[in-house]
Design a protein around this ligand. Structure first.
Ligand code: GLC
Ligand code: CA
Length: 566
């Protein structure tokens, strides 16, 4: 393993000091004017990412795909989609990134393939084909209907009838995404060989799409965290990951503090990290999900992070994020995308980047990109949004109501093109983009933000550098403070007698805050989105969305029993 050194201390492995950056290739940069972002476009923007200081890119899928779900439906695991480029372009991306100290982490989508994969074509042609058993088939119910009433995540029945073989197959997400049958050892062999093939091309790891679904027991109706999950992950580790200096992050919408270490505990030999969503689903309706959000409650939000920081305190490792390609823009969701856009974008970054774990920045987050406001359903592109619209409007929902919900929480918010300039199509393409650019690119764009020494980009660059330079940011113990305060997020990080105090106002109004003893003191201001503070004591008034981090001067042996310590 490559051990990274921070200020003379061993901080192995590399991904604990690195910051990740997610690229959604379709929306990042178009090099040839066809309106679709591509790999040469990414290469042309690598200097932007080097300047930001990130250590690796999580690249959303670039494999061959009919793009029913923008690449989360793969038709050839060993090729690149022509609209994104070629394998040569990909190799060049790996090399050009490496020259800038950036690794490329690919997206592994193996819960399902595309219905256009050769395996699936063969599987549908005959029950006798070896590939038939690569998918999950069940006979019709006695009435001829589907074998269960399981609903696909993107709407409608999860079962689709194939007349040629007189059976239903499972598409847990959509019919275009048939589930792979992990019970079949030849299928697993194919997947492991494919992973090794990419590793041999020089990639730095995998983000694993909906990995918690691969161990399902369909007949028992158990899809998430099923009984076979950890056996498969341990086998995958033995067959592909063992001995390699790579990073793995498994996406799981169901992982809880109770199950987290079963994926990433040090003796498990499964994954390095999970992407958990407790802080997202806590504010969604139990049934209607994101289409019926619950009001935000900072106390609950803080408690969730404190729990995860505690669970991973000694073993495992957290991923840290508020945004990705499936979520609304964080400044719109948790901050203020109007008056306090810049302040709130910086405040959210301060909190996430100063916790213990590996932070992930989603493209455009580093300049405070916001949600988009579409008026008509034909402006949306996302398969989930479009299918849910059909279902919900058929069930009687007013189209305007649905569109309001999609503007708030739909996935297209994160997928409008990256805003590079104030010019035509935000500098994303010379052609017509596959999805409209956000009109606010005239003011919110990379060129403008980077020209401002007080811009959001400069602020992120400082946070990312702090993680590379200061062991306390990487390894420091996390302590919560003022847990019951509904407006202020306050915590500390401790390492070897050093303490960093972090205080952030999550509201658009000034907040009076009585600095708890454990955060009080004088020292060096590391981060501030308002007037810097080098002293914290007594009652302070935080400006709207103010965030500050102070490295407190040592004051002898610190009391380790500080309030609310986790
Ligand atoms: C994951 C991806 C999402 C995709 C789904 C099905 O949740 O992040 O974009 O639609 O899996 O592959
Ligand atoms: Ca293109």
């Amino acid at each position: 393993m490559t051990e990274t050194t921070v200020a003379g201390q061993q901080m192995a492995p590399w991904w604990k000091t690195a910051t990740g950056y997610q690229i959604y290739p379709r929306s990042f940069c178009d090099s040839n004017g066809d309106g679709i972002g591509d790999i040469p476009g990414i290469i042309s923007r690598l200097d932007h990412l080097r300047d930001l200081g990130i250590g690796f890119i999580w690249l959303s899928p670039v494999y061959a795909s009919p793009m029913a779900d923008n690449g989360y439906d793969i038709s050839d695991y060993r090729d690149i989609a022509p609209e994104f480029g070629t394998l040569e372009d990909f190799d060049r991306l790996v090399a050009e990134a490496k020259a800038r100290d950036i690794r490329i982490v690919m997206d592994l989508v193996v819960n399902h393939s595309s219905s256009a994969h050769d395996w699936f074509r063969a599987a549908c042609a005959s029950r006798g084909a070896p590939e038939h058993d690569f998918y999950i088939w069940r006979d019709a119910a006695p009435d001829g209907g589907p074998p269960s009433d399981h609903q696909a995540c993107f709407g409608g029945s999860a079962w689709t009838w194939v007349p040629e073989v007189e059976r239903y197959y499972l598409g847990h997400f959509s019919p275009e995404q048939p589930d792979l049958n992990w019970q079949n050892p030849e299928l697993r062999r194919e997947i492991y060989d494919m992973m090794n093939w990419w590793f041999d091309r020089g990639i730095g790891g995998f983000r694993m799409d909906v990995i918690s679904v691969i161990g399902k027991d369909v007949d028992a109706g158990v899809y998430e965290e099923g009984p076979y999950l950890h056996g498969f992950l341990q086998e995958m580790h033995r067959e592909t990951l063992a001995g390699r200096d790579v990073v793995t992050v498994g996406e799981s919408w169901s992982v809880s503090p109770e199950t987290a270490l079963s994926y990433c505990g040090r003796d498990r030999h499964e994954l390095d990290m999970v992407f958990q969503f407790n802080h997202v689903t806590a504010f969604e309706d139990e049934v209607a999900g994101k289409w019926k959000p619950k009001p935000f409650d900072l106390r609950r939000f803080k408690a969730i992070f404190a729990t995860w920081q505690g669970v991973m305190a000694e073993d495992g490792w957290n991923s840290l994020f508020l945004s990705n390609h499936d979520l609304p823009r964080q400044v719109s969701k948790y901050g203020d995308d109007g008056t306090f856009r810049v302040a709130s974008a910086k405040m959210l970054a301060t909190v996430i980047h100063l916790m213990k774990g590996t932070p992930f920045v989603y493209q455009g987050e580093e300049i405070g990109m916001t949600n988009v406001r579409f008026e008509r359903i034909d402006q949306f592109r996302d398969v989930e949004t479009l299918r849910q619209y059909t279902g919900k409007v058929a069930a009687g929902m007013a189209p305007e109501t649905f569109i309001a919900g999609a503007n708030e929480n739909g996935r297209d918010n994160a997928r409008t093109p990256m805003q590079w300039t104030a010019g035509a199509q935000a500098g994303f393409t010379d052609g017509t983009p596959w999805i409209e650019v956000n009109p606010n690119h005239r003011t919110i764009n990379v060129a403008a933000d980077r020209a401002d020494p007080d811009g959001i980009f400069a602020f992120y660059r400082n946070l990312i550098a702090l993680r590379r330079e200061r062991p306390v940011v990487v390894a420091g113990r996390y302590l919560s403070f003022a847990q019951d305060n509904p407006a202020v997020f306050a915590f500390a990080r401790d390492l070897d007698g050093e303490r960093v105090a972090v205080i952030a106002n999550f509201t658009g109004t000034p907040a009076e805050f009585d600095v708890p003893d454990g955060l009080a003191g004088a020292g060096t201001c590391l981060v501030a989105n308002h007037a810097p503070r080098s002293e914290l004591s007594g009652r302070i008034t935080l400006a709207p969305f103010e965030a500050v981090a102070v490295l407190l001067a040592a004051r002898g042996e610190r009391d380790t029993q500080t309030e609310g310590a986790t």
